[in-house]
Design a protein around this ligand. Structure first.
Ligand SMILES: Nc1nc2c(c(=O)[nH]1)N[C@H]1C(S)=C(S)[C@@H](COP(=O)(O)O)O[C@H]1N2
Ligand SMILES: [Mo]
Length: 405
């Protein structure tokens, strides 16, 4: 983590009212950019793209309201930081489209010594301002590639991005209320509420030891700009190494729990089979989605691209270690593998890192090649996809075929 210029003053000064004129399909009609093919094997694969969302460049539209916007893979071709106008967007329920910074409060309560209601100024002055570069990845990233097909947003691999997050440590905010003895978990709620009567609010909790980590933040900055409404203005939780379902946006409530969390999005949803299962399995034990496994993707080429016979071939892409630093990336084919060269470690253990490999001479087609990341804990991407009913935590080696001509 490093110090930053997006300081407390910037938070207060920059944070007036954030408002979002959310586009509708009708209003957006003229602005629809093009169509993009996500190459999803099990269903409709074409999606419209649009630059119509405020603060966003050309994004893949999975849903307008609540917004689900996917990052085009082209955004991952340069650098390790995903620009704010390309970061994917995901809301379970429609969020408020206007938030006044001056009126915003974060209630800290539950198993605490003294419940408090904090202004943005209180939060910003709760401790040292820190930044961490970390991958923000939806647990369902790549779900649309599952076979057999699964339910949920049919994402390609663009429900992820890497940004620099700036804020204060969650533990310093918790200290304002004082965590009571016997506390077990810390739960977060945002300003968004369900659209349907009786539907559960999107609230999520993490174990206390994770909440107390030095790099778990209550963040207001994303790539040196205040969070936009779409990304959770004015504050969001950042848990590096964990899937971003826990990175609650528009943070309004922090609740310390002295027992287990039986709320819907922890106890019933966002869960994986405890052991590998087959698609016909019923009534299997489940565990919550938590940390991210390592992943690598080729960004220089797409499936079906033509490469020059007899010439050298340079392949490039991004990788990340998940909940531990990246250790290595290998290019793998059928029965062979070649180590890739990692780019400089620019962002630390939770960031994207670039990789590259040069093949001296193209001698023919490359059938089903892919890249395989391993992290320093020894976690390595599997060759076979561990199917699960929600397509969570996909990290199978993604393969493409290149034609030589
Ligand atoms: N308040 C709130 N926070 C939320 C969500 C939500 O629906 N409401 N969705 C979560 C999920 S599932 C994801 S993948 C990330 C997406 O973060 P982003 O939109 O900034 O990319 O936000 C998380 N935080
Ligand atoms: Mo998500």
């Amino acid at each position: 983590m490093t110090g930053t210029r997006l300081s407390r003053r910037a938070l207060i000064a920059g944070a007036g009212t954030a408002a979002l004129a959310a586009p509708t399909f009708a209003g957006m009609g003229a602005k629809l950019g093009g169509m993009i093919d996500l190459a999803l094997p099990g269903g409709p694969s074409l999606r419209p793209t649009t630059p119509a969302f405020p603060g966003k460049g050309e994004m893949i539209v999975q849903r307008i309201r609540p917004p689900l916007l996917e990052t085009p893979m082209a955004a991952f071709r340069e650098g390790i930081i995903t620009p704010n106008d390309r970061m994917f967007v995901r809301w379970n329920w429609q969020m408020p489209t206007e938030v006044k910074a001056a009126d915003h409060r974060v209630a800290v309560g539950g198993a605490v010594t003294k419940a408090v209601s904090l202004t943005l100024d209180d939060i910003a002055s709760a401790g040292e301002t820190v930044s961490v570069i970390a991958v923000n990845q939806c647990a369902g990233n790549g779900r649309g590639l599952s076979q057999p097909r699964v339910t949920g947003t049919q994402w390609g691999n663009g429900a992820m991005g890497c940004a620099k997050w700036t804020g204060v440590r969650l533990k310093d905010v918790l200290a304002k209320a004082g965590v009571a003895a016997g506390a077990r978990r810390v739960r977060f709620a945002g300003l968004d509420v369900p659209l349907t009567d009786g539907a559960p609010q999107f609230i999520k909790s993490i174990p206390l030891d994770i909440a107390m980590r030095d790099d778990v933040l209550v963040a207001w900055g994303m790539n040196d700009e205040p969070l936009s409404i779409l990304h959770g203005f004015p504050l969001r939780i950042v848990v590096p190494g964990w899937f971003s379902t826990y990175w609650v946006k528009m943070l309004a409530t922090i609740e310390v729990l002295s027992g287990e969390d039986d709320s819907y999005y922890v106890a019933d949803s966002y869960r994986m089979p405890a052991q590998p299962i087959t698609p016909d399995a019923k009534d299997f034990p489940t565990v919550p989605i938590t940390t991210m496994p390592p992943r690598a993707l080729i960004t220089s080429h797409e499936d079906g691209d033509v490469v020059k016979l007899g010439k050298p071939l340079v392949l490039e892409g991004i990788a990340f270690g998940g909940d531990a630093a990246l250790d290595r990336v290998d290019l793998v084919g059928k029965g062979w593998e070649i180590p890739c060269t990692l780019g400089p470690d620019e962002g630390g253990p939770y960031a994207f890192r670039r990789w590259q490999v040069t093949l001296p001479q193209v001698a023919g087609d490359f059938e089903g090649i892919g890249v395989r990341a391993r992290n320093v804990n020894g976690a390595v991407q599997p060759a076979d996809f561990a199917w699960n009913p929600s397509g969570y935590a996909r990290n199978v080696i993604e393969r493409i075929t290149l034609r030589a001509q």
